[in-house]
Design a protein around this ligand. Structure first.
Ligand SMILES: *Cc1c(COP(=O)(O)O)cnc(C)c1O
Length: 423
């Protein structure tokens, strides 16, 4: 399927039925699989042959969705996880352990910030956050021989910072470090991180990939571009894994994804459910079409808001005066997705009035599905912070986060116009 374009892969990749089989993947709702021959099963356990034996390790419906995402990313393998957060956690634990450190952009999803800032340090993994606008020299100075990876988001949620791929990938390359990119808000339709130097790509498939706010899920994609063999940074890939019959991962065709599944998924168990894989697989059929519309609608809404007297500022990379416009033109030429944020002149009260006056757009914690939705972080997700702390976190009290859906742009804009009138 390699040579097809992204919109074709969205529809066709991942499932190729044999004669008489279902045209779309069926939901294989079974924990376990039958074997009449104990050697055949033993070969599966030894990774000598492919085959399903227990759905905590692999499942045919999940495999179809993994295949689709791997094809979209031009990658060698993908591992379906229970959620985006479990994908991030398992990707990290596949390479880092107690005594190691990692480098993470501070402009990341709140859950990722908590995972790396609070939870992984309790396991002995230190996180060194950097400002994505920091110089290459500064970021380089954070790296030592215990550093295991660099991670950042293509389009950061919710700060809308666009990743400077060249800057980070060259630092990673120079240091023989794995470069992980969370590509959730761009999707492989708008950006293929593998082509820009990423070695591992992660997704919350709960967002645009499913696209309908119907199924939680995560995906870890192994681009197959990192050489672990003999790299002194990664002894765990180069010494036999006694918990897996002495397997040396660096000797395999697909070291990262195999270690992730054989060790971490096996031991942690945060696997994607077959039903969620099925829903997300079907959702992904229309991903290319949807991303085009999300991006076009957001561009129109951002332009409308930027010209509105009651709006103090708007952040969307499509706007020419946006700080990340040049990076977006370079890395996201097909569109920048549907997420944007803006500040209403005034504060919390004005934002509340605006949100409550909307009729079409609803208030939700979710983002990146077909329906337009808004969130006011200062009174919800960030409500424990003082006004000063809000400023520090880059979430001023007047910030409204808007996830622009695929409804008609005129209707979305009319709803916003009506609500702003009441402010
Ligand atoms: C939502 C999100 C996550 C977490 O995904 P869940 O599926 O909610 O666990 C991770 N990264 C980004 C960029 C997200 O938007």
């Amino acid at each position: 399927m390699k040579d097809y374009k992204q919109d074709t892969l969205c529809v066709q990749a991942g499932w190729h039925p044999a004669t008489g089989e279902s045209r779309i993947p069926s939901i294989c709702q079974s924990t376990t699989f039958f074997y009449g021959d104990s050697q055949a099963m033993a070969d599966c356990f030894d990774l000598k042959s492919d085959g399903y034996f227990y759905s905590r390790l692999a499942n045919p419906t999940v495999a179809a969705f993994e295949g689709k995402v791997a094809a979209l990313d031009g990658a060698v393998a993908a591992v379906g996880c229970a959620s985006g957060m479990s994908a991030t956690t398992l990707a990290a634990l596949t390479i880092a352990g107690s005594g190691d450190n990692i480098l993470c952009s501070q402009a990341v999803y709140g859950g990722t910030f908590n995972l790396f800032g609070t939870t992984l340090p309790k396991l002995g993994i230190e996180c060194r956050f950097f400002d994505p606008d920091d110089s290459a020299e500064h970021i380089q100075s954070l790296i030592d021989d215990k550093t295991k990876f660099i991670i950042a988001e293509t389009i950061a949620n919710p700060s809308m910072v666009v990743l400077d791929f060249d800057k980070l990938s060259s630092i990673a390359k120079k240091n023989g470090l794995v470069f992980i990119v969370d590509n959730t808000l761009a999707t492989p339709v708008l950006c293929r991180p593998k082509d820009l130097g990423a070695n591992v790509i992660i997704y919350s498939t709960s967002k645009y990939m499913d696209g309908h706010a119907a199924a939680l899920g995560g995906m870890i994609v192994d681009a197959g571009t990192f050489n672990f063999k003999g790299n002194p940074r990664y002894p765990a890939f180069n010494v036999p894994d006694e918990s897996y019959h002495g397997l040396v991962y660096a000797d395999l065709d697909v070291p990262f994804a195999t270690k992730c599944r054989a060790q971490l998924i096996r031991d942690v168990g945060a696997i994607m459910a077959p039903m969620n894989a099925y829903i997300s697989f079907i959702g992904c059929d229309t991903l290319a079409l949807r991303m085009e519309r999300h991006s076009e609608n957001a561009r129109k809404v951002a332009a409308y808001l930027a010209a509105h007297p009651k709006v103090e500022w708007v952040k969307h990379p499509s706007l020419e005066d946006n700080k990340y416009h040049a990076l977006a033109e370079k890395y996201l030429p097909k569109g920048q997705g549907g997420m944007l944020s803006f500040g209403i002149r005034g504060g919390i009260d004005e934002c509340r009035k605006f949100m409550e006056s909307l009729q079409l757009i609803t208030q939700e914690t979710h983002v990146a599905d077909v329906r337009s939705c808004v969130l006011h972080p200062a009174s919800t997700t960030h409500r424990q912070l003082s006004e000063h702390e809000l400023e520090m976190a880059g979430v001023p009290a007047n910030l409204v986060r808007l996830s622009v859906g695929i409804e008609n742009a005129d209707d979305i804009i009319a709803d916003i116009a009506g609500a702003l009138e009441r402010v």
